[in-house]
Design a protein around this ligand. Sequence first.
Ligand SMILES: O=C(O)CCC(=O)C(=O)O
Length: 297
Amino acid sequence: MAKLLKKPLKLALVQLATGADKAANLARARSKVLEASSQGANVVVLPECFNSPYGTKYFPKYAETLLPSPPSQEQSPSFHALSALAKEAKAYLIGGSIPEYGEETKKYYNTSLTFDPNGKLLATHRKVHLFDIDIPGKITFKESDALSPGNKVTIVDLPEYGKIAVAICYDVRFPELAMIAARKGCFLLVYPGAFNLTTGELHWELQARARAMDNQIYVGLCSPARDMSADYHAWGHSIIVDPMAAVQAQLDEQEGIAYAEIDDKKIEETRKGIPIYTQRRFDVYPDVSEGKVKYDE
Ligand SMILES: O=C(O)CCC(=O)C(=O)O
């Protein structure tokens, strides 16, 4: 079987304590990402909405524009902070997500930016599935009140290592997206995310393990730390799951960094032991990765 991952890497998920002050969030992100890289991390991930509080009323206030590309410092301080940070850390940086104002569409998005170790932007993912749920007495959230969805699957080539997919939080509930990425050769699925105290307990670990089990690749879910004084209470528990669906690292609800070694051997072993990759029956059902898939907007 062809290698998915050219050489082993160390993955770090930064479970950041965030607040209402954007500049303070960016500064804190810098110190934790540098801590991760000083521990040898090659790929570092930040959480969903790491530069702002999570909530529909906050998105327009914190939104930044990314056009023209690259944007000016004034248009997107977060873009510049992340780019500089990737360079300083000498690591690939998956910059969680930030509220974005699309200059071309006049709409708001929940957007993730990925930078290479030279600070170059490699990919942009706008959350495809918006978090609209209503569990009476527990949680009602309607992200679509403020945001519009993105329209593509985001696969990012990290030249030294191989391909990863980036999607955001609620996107993890849609196995098709993960399946397409895996069948296109990704070795890792990364989801900056902020589940809550209801669905976090029920589904956070289950979703991570299910995506890993179905696709026999690594999965990382990176949450903000929990802040009970904020409007939205994040589940935390940032997690890295291996291709056999075993939990390699998981945090509690407090600020911290989850680390794991990621290598091709584990993918190969898993697929050799449980060879679903060669046992699929595309004569009985279609291969979703072979249909019409949008990779670019
Ligand atoms: O799927 C869930 O239960 C939570 C999703 C979420 O919090 C989000 O998409 O931001």
